[in-house]
Design a protein around this ligand. Structure first.
Ligand code: 4AZ
Length: 517
């Protein structure tokens, strides 16, 4: 650049690197610019006279009126802006995000960020201390798979707090083999039996729907003496409840120590668990000879090939394993065969079309955690003695290691072998997660979402092709789905039992999907 003193103002310049033509010492290769700088200095006109010769007074009056108008306009604009800013700030503090700090749940209270997770409860309900470890809810409960926590008192309180509504999705559950209905009390965070007072079939149908069943499969509502199950008290239907209301039934139940009828509601949303197998392979098992023995067993096929097993839980829903639908995730690829004993018989039939394939979002291909999926059928199955649903596992059932369990399927009869043309069954024992996780067995690979079953001595097991199919047990003359066949190291090998998805742990997920689709 040139060396002019920095205080010299050249005014507008045509280029960054080029001083104007009049700059001293700069070669004038451009057309000569008007040489203003050479002109004699003129007196500065402080009045903005546009035309010479007009009387000064007129100009001054006109100018001040303009000034006055300008100032007034500016003041009005500034006042409007200030009012706007004040309104926005007010909205922010009252209803919006907390500009400084964080908001306490859905409330209008904000606390400073430094007060979050400081061990002192500052929010009215304690939201600031609810989740202080990543992915762990210090207080409260986790909303499904995402990492949000809500306070236990917000669970089933009639207000949706979880991003996907998990906190209000499953506020009923079934207890025991009699299907005693329980409702979650948000007051003391306990499951309580529902008092039969004011309960009727219309309300029962609504409750079934709100759990995830279709009201067309509703069986009945009954009553039972709850015995010790009522130790925590009852949930009683409010007097003002309207049976035709679209509100969730659980929002109209109130916690009460007593129940006028002293009876609890039993609710059957599905006629499940009936088999000709008395309550009393696959590798090392037996061929099944009657379709009514395991009527919930289905074969899931792609292009006429048996891929996996599955279990009927309602006329429209099949439980299977997530790993079965990983490669073929499109509903149109699948056919579901129900009511058959041999793969040959199925090859003469067209099977049932599938409208939805829903894999658990938490399924992990490396660890096989959450290995569960659902298939929805395009048209509901017609139930018969050969085609019928298994019961989902109610809470309070006994799934101890001393009971007898069965696995069924068309899987290989030896490790790496072909699928079996005949449906087979094998009797297995449940193996505790402690034993199954021991060094000699699966050395810590068994998570809470898995159950081990088989024989530690080997010889009896599920195998390739049995995946997705049922692990069942009978209790009170009904058959219950305890697991879905998931994985194992080889088949029927000593200390390598079969591993199954823990269906009890997936109940909320299953019911939520059934309600959604
Ligand atoms: C499979 O690959 C499989 N022995 C299923 C069950 C077992 C092993 C493998 C359990 O489908």
């Amino acid at each position: 650049m040139h060396n002019n003193p920095s205080h010299v103002n050249y005014g507008f310049q045509y280029g960054e690197e080029r001083p104007p033509a009049f700059a001293p010492g700069y070669p004038t290769a451009y057309p000569p610019a008007p040489q203003y700088t050479n002109r004699a200095p003129e007196p500065i006109n402080t009045h903005h006279t546009a035309t010479a010769g007009l009387p000064h007074t007129t100009v001054r009056r006109k100018g001040s009126r303009c000034k006055c108008l300008c100032i007034t306009a500016a003041v009005v604009i500034i006042i409007l802006i200030l009012l706007g800013v004040a309104a926005v700030l007010l909205w922010y503090f009252l209803y919006g995000v907390c500009t400084l700090g964080r908001r306490c749940g859905q409330s209008n209270t904000c606390v400073r960020s430094s007060q979050w997770c400081d061990g002192v409860t500052d929010c009215p309900k304690g939201e600031d201390e609810a989740q202080c470890l990543y992915g762990v809810c210090t207080l409260g409960r986790k909303c499904g798979q995402n990492n949000k926590c809500v306070l236990s008192s917000q669970w089933c309180d009639g207000v949706t707090d979880c991003p996907e509504g998990e906190d209000e999705a499953q506020c009923f559950r079934f207890y025991g083999a009699d299907f005693m209905l329980q409702s979650f009390s948000n007051e003391d965070q306990k499951w309580k039996v529902v008092c039969s007072d004011r309960w009727d079939s219309n309300i029962g149908k609504r409750a079934c729907q709100q759990i995830g069943y279709s009201s067309s499969n509703y069986v009945n509502s009954g009553t039972i003496n709850p015995g010790s199950v009522a130790a925590d008290g009852y949930m009683t239907l409010n007097a003002d409840y309207l049976a035709l209301s679209s509100d969730p039934v659980h929002n109209s139940l109130s916690s009460s120590a007593s129940c006028p009828t002293n009876e609890a509601v039993t609710l059957r949303c599905s006629d499940c668990g009936k088999s000709s197998a008395l309550a009393t392979r696959i590798v090392g098992g037996n061929v099944v000879t009657t379709t009514s023995r395991w009527p919930w067993q289905v074969s899931l096929q792609v292009s006429g090939n048996h891929m996996c097993g599955g279990s009927i839980i309602t006329p429209s829903w099949i439980v299977t394993a997530a790993h079965c639908v990983q490669k073929y995730s499109s509903p149109s690829q699948w056919r579901v065969y129900a009511g058959f004993l041999t793969l040959t018989q199925m090859s003469y039939s067209s099977g049932n079309l599938v409208s939805e394939v829903i894999s658990h979002s938490g399924y992990n291909t490396d660890t096989s955690t959450n290995d569960i999926a659902l298939m929805k059928l395009r048209t509901p199955l017609q139930f018969s003695s050969s085609i019928a649903p298994v019961c989902l596992p109610n809470s309070g059932l006994d799934f101890s290691t001393s009971r007898t369990y069965y696995v069924t399927g068309w899987g290989a009869t030896s490790n790496g072998g072909f699928a079996s043309n005949d449906l087979r069954e094998a009797q297995v024992s449940l193996i505790s997660n402690t034993v199954c996780n021991s060094q000699q067995v699966y050395n810590g690979q068994i998570t809470d979402s898995m159950i081990c079953a088989g024989k530690l001595e080997g010889g009896v097991d599920s195998c390739q092709g049995d995946s997705g199919g049922p692990l069942v047990t009978s209790q009170s003359y009904l058959w219950w789905l305890v697991g879905d066949t998931s994985w194992g190291q080889g088949c029927a090998i000593r200390n390598r039992p079969g591993v199954y998805g823990n269906v009890t742990l997936f109940l909320d997920w299953i019911y939520t999907q059934m309600k959604k689709y």
